[in-house]
Design a protein around this ligand. Structure first.
Ligand code: UT7
Length: 327
């Protein structure tokens, strides 16, 4: 039995920032509505010469640097995304080549906004089984490319960017104390983006593969899931919610986070928020947030951190970490 822990982290946000005031010129909305109903003030938009894979490379390089690893040390790259460069091949293949990670296997993970935590849990399985030693997990999205900029109910929500972590084998202990993965496919049509190929999209032409969301149904699911899954994952680690030093929830809507904080009796110092600056980064959300929490010193050696994601699928994923990046 081998042990695993996160030893490196990095993020990349594209240069272009779109403030709410810019959206006021595109659709019938207002900065006030967006801030009050979602908590979002601005988001980054992928550049014309960028893609999910290029942003993943930028975030991945930083994570490798923090971990003190070379790309050739990697055994596996898992890229979580809802907006791959192409349906085939996996965007992780482009990341592997651009990084020069010649020994690494590479694949994409798709589980909506929960994808990066699905990928992270998978990385722990490969390492604790003894199969691999060094894995790069990336969440990267250029989902604004699938946004209908005339639909005010979705275009104000999403942003682009990438976050990455390195998971490494060590000889002492595993920082992941518990995890939960789940899905309820009966809600699969509540949040979807029909890609340009595949059985369900026959007859759909270019430009008609926009993301669709039943906002209020997904909102209800999100509030309940965030609370239930946080309670379950903390109990599975043999802990109480009051033991937690920092909750890092998927950044979808500040009202979802606030409702959960109230039910879980968590003060704002114990909950990480960057939604105001980035919007909903989908599968990149948890990775960017974890990276920023580490960079800002919001998590210290020995802290108990809970990550909870939810989204299309309808999927959820969560884990408790005892932060020990120097293992
Ligand atoms: O990452 C995956 C998980 N995703 C989520 O968790 C998202 C969950 N859903 C939400 O965050 C919220 O449901 C939204 C932010 C999408 C919508 O907020 P809401 O408070 O649920 O609004 P609503 O859909 O109930 O709409 C209320 C009103 C409607 O007008 P009427 O019918 O009352 O006249 C909408 O047309 O707000 C209107 N509206 C807007 N008004 C101004 C919807 N979008 C906008 C907008 N600007 N951008």
């Amino acid at each position: 039995m081998a042990y695993a822990s996160i030893t490196g982290w990095g993020k990349y946000l594209p240069e272009r920032v779109m403030k709410n005031s810019e959206l006021e010129k595109l659709v019938d909305t207002s900065d006030d509505w967006i801030v009050t109903r979602t908590g979002i003030r601005e988001r980054h938009i992928v550049g014309d010469d960028e893609a999910t894979s290029t942003m993943a490379v930028a975030a991945g390089k930083k994570a490798l640097e923090v971990a003190g690893l070379q790309p050739q040390d990697l055994d596996l790259i898992i890229l979580a995304t809802c907006s791959p460069d192409r349906i085939v091949p996996a965007s992780a293949a482009y990341v592997q080549h651009a990084l020069g990670a010649s020994k690494a296997a590479a694949f994409d993970a798709m589980a909506g906004c929960s994808g990066s935590l699905y990928a992270l849990v998978t990385a722990y399985q490969f390492i604790t089984s003894g199969a691999y030693k060094n894995i790069l997990v990336v969440g990267s999205e250029s989902l604004t490319r699938a946004i209908d900029w005339t639909d005010r109910s979705t275009c104000v929500l999403f942003g682009d960017g990438a976050g990455a972590v390195v998971v490494q084998a060590n000889e002492h202990s595993t920082d992941m104390l518990s995890f939960i993965l789940g899905n309820d496919g009966s809600g699969a049509d509540l949040l979807y983006a029909p890609g340009p190929c595949g059985k369900l999209t026959n007859g759909i032409t270019n430009g008609h593969y926009y993301l669709h969301m039943d906002g209020s149904e997904v909102f209800r699911f999100a509030v309940n899931t965030l609370v239930d899954v946080a309670k379950q994952v903390v109990a599975a680690a043999g802990l109480k919610i009051s033991d937690i030093d920092l909750l890092i929830p998927h950044q979808a809507n500040q009202r979802i986070t606030k409702a959960a904080m109230k039910t879980l009796h968590l003060s704002s110092e114990k909950v990480f928020v960057n939604l105001d600056r980035y919007g909903n980064l989908s599968a990149a959300s948890e990775m960017v947030a974890l990276c920023e929490a580490a960079e800002q010193g919001r998590i210290k050696e020995g802290d108990l951190v809970v990550l909870v994601a939810f989204g299309a699928g309808l999927s959820w994923a969560s884990m408790v970490l005892r932060w020990q990046p120097k293992s």
